[in-house]
Design a protein. Structure first.
Length: 375
């Protein structure tokens, strides 16, 4: 019986039957090879830094109510059009060629980044005593900076972390996370979660870049990420490199407005990359100059479901709102469904569970949907 992992023979056979390797795959392999250490001694080099915590910070943590982007990660995907299933199965067993982002079930935007070769492999690790953080891979599209970190510790077993008082999930054992770019630290928009059941000791971190920062952050940058683990009097500092991997961004300012007897809804701006969609919109209560606490709650329970030109609902990832006079201004972040979307449909709805829910027909505010054409 032939050996299914005889890659040399399979490559020769495929070369006879298939066209040349795609540019995406070639770039992916080149990037992977460039990231590998030049010698075995380099592979064991680790950074040691000791920065005690100087402030207490409770980060926003992505929960089920904010659409956790923590799908099953484990099988890497070799994204190309020239490999046979058998060949792909063989290549999946080679580390770093595939992207872990390719297997994120709950976030189609990050999954697209992995499948389309829009991620960057990283080969850096940070160790203190017996605890090691290894940055595996990053993706940055101008709106979201996401990265995967594998954790190794003697008190960590299959995603369960012993903090000295209790055994908790690894993601629950993380505290005091900060994301710093060029001395600037966004005060919100940082999320983290488990990377999934098949990668229990790997964490997914995401930083949403505020709209007022997007023009000041370069296409290539290094972020300083500081974090602590429960039960450890030590702050880890990770240097995480990011490279913007897509220029295919749609920026539209439709300023589309629609109203009924109660509300006025306006979509001010949509920024769409193949990975992330940022929507800026507002809802105002007609006939009021200011809002009472009850009216604030009334508006807060109205959110925006977004659909692409194929009728697929974009997964809502996070949102921030600000009251102003008689209205609530929202900036919402969604996972983009595809890289070639022609338009978006925005539909205000009344929340039952959370704004990331799959919306039922009876939740929509009738007659208030808007079509946002993308260039």
């Amino acid at each position: 019986m032939s050996n299914p992992f005889n890659l040399d023979q399979k490559l020769k056979e495929q070369a006879k039957e298939r066209p040349a390797m795609s540019k995406i795959v070639r770039n992916r392999i080149d990037a992977t090879l460039d990231s590998l250490p030049e010698s075995a001694s380099q592979m064991n080099m680790e950074s040691f830094q000791d920065h005690p915590s100087k402030r207490v910070h409770k980060p926003l943590r992505r929960t089920a109510g904010a659409a956790v982007a923590a799908g099953v990660l484990g099988l890497t995907v070799f994204a190309s059009g020239f490999v046979s299933p058998a060949m792909a199965d063989s290549l999946r067993n080679i580390p770093l060629i595939g992207s872990l982002f390719s297997s994120i079930e709950a976030d189609i935007g990050l999954r697209t980044a992995g499948n389309e070769g829009l991620t960057t492999p990283v080969n850096s690790s940070f160790t203190y005593q017996d605890v090691k953080f290894k940055v595996l891979e990053t993706v940055y599209d101008g709106t979201r900076a996401a990265f995967l970190v594998h954790v190794t510790a003697p008190n960590l077993n299959q995603g369960m972390y012993d903090n000295g008082k209790d055994i908790v999930k690894l993601s629950s054992g993380v505290e005091n996370v900060f994301f710093d770019v060029n001395g600037s630290r966004p005060d919100s928009g940082l999320f983290y979660s488990s990377a999934g059941a098949n990668e229990p000791d790997t964490l997914l971190f995401e930083q949403v870049i505020p709209a007022d920062h997007t023009g000041t952050i370069p296409d290539q940058f290094e972020a300083k990420v500081k974090l602590k683990l429960q039960g450890m009097d030590h702050e880890f500092e990770l240097t995480v490199p990011f490279t913007k991997s897509t220029t295919d961004t749609h920026n539209v300012q439709p300023n589309s407005t629609i109203e009924n007897d109660l509300y006025t809804v306006t979509v001010n701006k949509a920024e769409v990359t193949p990975i992330t969609t940022r929507l800026t919109a507002s809802i105002a209560l007609k006939g009021e100059e200011t809002l009472s606490k009850k009216e604030e709650k009334q508006l807060r329970e109205i959110r925006f479901a977004v659909y692409d030109d194929q009728g697929r609902q974009l997964t809502a990832l996070s949102g921030e709102g600000v009251y102003q006079a008689n209205q609530l201004n929202w900036e919402n972040i969604y996972a983009t469904t595809a890289k070639d979307v022609k338009y978006l449909i925005v539909k205000p709805f009344k929340v039952k569970d959370d704004f990331a829910e799959e919306v039922k027909d009876d939740q929509f505010i009738k007659g208030m949907e808007m079509k946002i054409q993308l260039p």
